[in-house]
Write a protein that binds this ligand. Structure first.
Ligand SMILES: Cc1cc2nc3c(=O)[nH]c(=O)nc-3n(C[C@H](O)[C@H](O)[C@H](O)COP(=O)(O)O)c2cc1C
Length: 221
């Protein structure tokens, strides 16, 4: 079982979010998972230009670290998405990466995977970021196990409690993967969105040849 943790704070070793992601990975490792921590702010990504090439060919014309990161994510059974709250959303660095995944969303690239999300913030908004990231995981076809958000502005000492919660979340993520846990509400929502994308990909099959082929190969049409 492989679990990849992504930290999207640009503050490197000073990042509290990075520590929270690492705590989730420690919990997962204690439950038997192989883990990998990735600081996306040490990688180089171009913006999505909305050209649609990925829909048609499965390839992005941008030359950067995205395909390396994406292959690592697709190779994992579980994903931890971690970001500080920047104006009630994830950091621009993480959004830049997520925007490169429109084709992955159409193709439900994380089907069968599990994920969780963590956020640190100054005073508020951590819950909004966790909710946003959980929605992204569902968009990609994964089931969401849970999240940890913590506001550290008034009392930075709250991080220690959040790290313990993070470790518990990591253990739970590993257990969800090991037992192939099913969340009935999410399964129903994933099935509804599968119907939506089946219709979308079929309607656009002439221009989105790659996506139609992926759906056909998986026997989803
Ligand atoms: C550009 C920027 C935007 C921020 N926006 C918010 C915000 O909207 N609400 C809030 O409570 N804290 C906000 N913060 C504070 C960070 O969310 C908080 O310090 C966080 O713990 C930083 O995480 P890090 O240590 O992993 O970098 C912001 C910080 C920065 C630099």
């Amino acid at each position: 079982m492989k679990i990849v943790g992504i930290s999207a704070s640009p503050r490197g070793a000073d990042s509290r979010t990075a520590r929270l992601v690492a705590a989730v990975l420690e919990g997962a490792a204690s439950a038997g998972a192989e883990t990998e921590f990735i600081d996306i702010c040490r990688m180089r990504f171009e913006f999505c230009t909305g050209c649609g090439t990925c829909y048609a060919t499965g390839e992005c014309p941008r030359v950067d670290d995205f395909s390396r990161l994406f292959e690592t994510m697709v190779g994992a059974d579980g994903l931890v998405l971690g970001s500080p709250n920047y104006i009630n959303g994830p950091t621009a660095q993480l959004k830049q990466v997520l925007d490169r995944m429109a084709d992955a969303i159409h193709c439900r690239a994380f089907d069968g995977k599990y994920g969780c999300a963590v956020c640190t913030t100054g005073g508020s908004g951590d819950d909004r970021v966790v909710e946003y990231l959980s929605g992204v995981l569902n968009n990609l076809g994964a089931q969401f196990v849970g999240g940890v958000g913590v506001a550290l502005g008034a009392d930075p000492g709250r991080l220690s409690g959040a790290l313990l919660q993070g470790e518990a979340l990591g253990r739970d993520l590993a257990e969800a993967i090991a037992t192939r846990r099913q969340y009935p509400d999410q399964i129903a929502a994933l099935e509804a969105s599968r119907e939506y994308f089946r219709a979308l990909v079929t309607a656009n099959r002439d221009i989105w040849a790659h996506e139609y082929e992926v759906w056909a190969d998986r026997g989803w049409l």
